[in-house]
Design a protein around this ligand. Structure first.
Ligand SMILES: NC(=O)C1=CN([C@@H]2O[C@H](COP(=O)(O)OP(=O)(O)OC[C@H]3O[C@@H](n4cnc5c(N)ncnc54)[C@H](OP(=O)(O)O)[C@@H]3O)[C@@H](O)[C@H]2O)C=CC1
Ligand SMILES: N[C@@H](CC=O)C(=O)O
Length: 370
């Protein structure tokens, strides 16, 4: 090797390892830290968590992540304004942002980060399950920039999006997707036997970490709409959110309740849902909250299905989703398993983080220079 080449190589800046920022220190963010800490103790090579952020503060990760998490969770509330991470140090190309928020503000940043070569791993469905323009901007940005890990957004990590993309990559065409896409609603309707008020079950589902931060997002069908949009868009259909017909379970008084009054207003669900449960049982049917899209459109709502119906086969938080395609035309491909819960969701996020870290290592991807 010539002296000139040796000198050039000696001067070349060293690539630095990717850093990770965790946005959201609530139910899912905390489970992420717990799993990260466990995997790191097992020797799994993970990118360093450089920052933990919520809407109130940003703290440095460091060696003691549980302590950093506790510090972030204990931060004082602050007046509205930019979230602290937006005022602090910017992520650099090759860094990984984990979005464990339910925030529109954070989702709006997804295309921007991807365009800059920053990877995004998300449990937040608003990126690709909300506004179509934002979903398309994310699609465009991931084609040229960072990677987008979205397995936690549908089925809390069940191999749904992965399978769908594998079918499409293999030349298959998707005709319809139908299924139970809400873990919390699946859990609620599998426990609803009128012995306890439905509102008490909603409180239990929320305490178990199955519902959205605001359970009305589940009960209104909005969460299922988002998942259906994510699936439809992954299948290549540019479906606008307003084209999904949604049957909400939320009575007017609950819909209008201020955040502080939601818990009390949940009782408005009890009478109407008990009546639907009694009627379904009298007809030998079971209530299931189902989302479907096909050539005729997209629809989300509560259906009374015969007890033996395939969509009724799950238990607990099980999602059960049927994919109809060219390849699976006589009988659909069916994927079933737990579709909500902080642990499975955190595992999905870490799977995506590891997949990005492995791809970086395999491709020798140069991470931004310090
Ligand atoms: N629970 C489940 O089974 C599943 C959940 N998900 C998704 O995971 C996400 C998180 O849910 P969950 O943990 O229950 O929600 P939580 O309400 O428990 O936590 C949300 C966190 O996001 C933070 N946050 C809000 N806005 C911002 C912002 N602008 N910048 C930084 N942080 C912000 C909050 O901050 P602060 O603490 O200051 O309020 C909080 O720490 C949701 O999008 C949900 O849909 C996805 C799959 C399954
Ligand atoms: N609230 C959601 C959680 C996972 O996405 C659900 O009930 O499925």
């Amino acid at each position: 090797m010539s002296t000139v080449v040796q000198l050039r190589q000696g001067r070349r800046a060293q690539p630095r390892p990717a850093r990770l920022a965790l946005l959201g220190t609530g139910t899912v963010g905390s489970a992420f830290v717990e799993r990260y800490t466990r995997l790191a103790a097992q020797g799994v090579p993970l990118p360093e968590v450089a920052w933990l952020c919520n809407s109130r503060t940003q703290v440095l990760g460091g060696d003691d992540l549980p302590a950093a998490l506790a510090q972030a969770r204990a931060a004082a509330h602050r007046r509205a304004g930019f979230p602290p991470w937006a005022e602090g140090e910017s992520p650099k190309p090759g860094d990984i942002i984990v979005d464990a928020t339910a925030s529109e503000t954070v989702a709006d940043w997804h295309p921007e980060w991807l365009t800059r070569g920053v990877h995004v791993v998300t449990a937040n469905k608003l990126g690709t399950g909300g506004d179509l323009g934002r979903a398309q901007a994310i699609g465009d940005a991931r084609a040229i920039g960072g990677r987008y890990g979205d397995s936690a957004t549908v089925g809390a990590g069940l191999p749904l999006l992965r399978s769908l993309r594998a079918l499409i990559d293999g030349g298959d065409r998707i005709h319809a997707i139908e299924g139970v896409l809400s873990g919390s609603l699946a859990w609620l309707f599998s426990h609803h036997d009128c012995s306890r008020p439905f509102s008490a079950l909603v409180r239990a589902a929320s305490a178990a970490g199955y519902t959205e931060p605001d359970p009305r997002v589940d009960l209104s069908g909005e969460d299922v709409r988002r998942k259906l949009l994510i699936l439809a868009r992954a299948a290549g259909i540019a479906l606008p959110a307003h084209e999904v017909v949604v049957e909400s379970l939320v009575p007017e008084v609950l819909a209008r309740a201020a955040d502080a009054d939601v818990d009390q207003a949940l009782t408005a669900l009890d009478g109407p849902l008990d009546a639907r449960r009694v009627k379904a049982a009298a007809n030998g049917e079971r209530l299931c909250f189902v989302g479907r899209f096909d050539a005729d459109g997209a629809r989300v709502g509560l259906r009374a299905l015969p007890i033996g119906h395939p969509l009724c086969a799950g238990n607990g938080t099980d999602n059960r989703v049927a994919i109809h395609s060219d390849r699976y035309s006589a009988q659909p491909l069916v994927i079933q398993g737990p579709g909500a819960g902080a642990e499975v969701t955190a595992a999905a996020l870490l799977d995506d983080v590891l997949a990005i870290a492995h791809a970086q290592a395999d491709s020798g991807e140069r991470v931004g220079i310090l």
